[in-house]
Design a protein. Structure first.
Length: 202
């Protein structure tokens, strides 16, 4: 099998793995098979899904480097876009099913629940990364493209705080996620260091 064929198959599997669970979850919610509170269930599912996909996006370059499979890097854009897709459905579900598209209620939520601010900041970053992900945007941004896309690192922390803060009781799961995110950031410490100290950039 050529690398192009392999990449095609890997991308097909990514589409399948990303689209099947979200479709099933909506189906279960609509047909009342998603627990006592189907709206909460779908908000939680898409939120965790977006966070998982964000973490996988951060892992892609490490996996490609470790297994010496440079072609694997070409899956990162697709996984990143699915992260944005899950995050967008998460926000939309909240705004639609919980707030009935009422902007004033959204402002009230922002005042009442500060963790929403953090989710929104994370979402704004993911939005910018998604709209600057096409190849023409990459060409246009040139060297600045990487600087813009490094914002995925602060986004991972903002989303984590949003997740942690939204949990009222058991924090075991958020702590496991924190460990994973901090390990990934540690692996990328040189790149992050160069980004934060522009004088040392090559
Ligand atoms: C405007 C932006 C956002 C809003 C309004 C929002 C809203 C919410 C709400 C209402 C909850 C449920 C809290 C509860 O159980 O009471 C939640 C949980 C969560 N959100 Fe968001 N969110 C936003 C952005 C994001 C983004 C960008 C991500 C990930 C990339 C994310 C990931 C999560 C996670 C992981 C949870 C916890 C789910 C769970 O406990 O199972 N959120 N969010």
């Amino acid at each position: 099998m050529t690398k192009q064929h392999l990449l095609w198959w890997v991308k097909a599997v990514i589409h399948l793995l990303a689209l099947t669970p979200i479709t099933l979850n909506y189906y279960w919610s609509i047909t009342d098979q998603n627990g006592a509170d189907p709206v909460k269930a779908i908000i939680h599912f898409t939120g965790i899904g977006a966070l998982n996909l964000l973490i996988i996006t951060l892992m892609v370059s490490l996996i490609a480097k470790y297994f010496k499979k440079a072609w694997f890097m070409q899956t990162r854009r697709l996984i990143g876009l699915y992260c944005f897709f899950y995050a967008a459905t998460h926000v939309l579900n909240f705004w639609w099913f919980e707030l009935n598209f009422q902007f004033t209620l959204f402002i009230e939520e922002l005042v009442k629940r500060p963790y929403i601010w953090l989710g929104m900041s994370g979402f704004v970053i993911l939005f910018v990364l998604a709209v600057t992900s096409p190849f023409f945007a990459k060409r246009k941004l040139g060297k600045n493209w990487q600087l813009v896309h490094n914002w995925i690192y602060p986004a991972s922390l903002l989303v984590w705080i949003h997740f942690y803060w939204s949990r009222k009781a058991d924090i075991t799961e958020p702590l496991i996620y924190l460990l994973i995110i901090l390990s990934l950031l540690w692996f990328k410490r040189d790149k992050i260091g160069r980004w934060l100290k522009p004088n040392t950039r090559t």
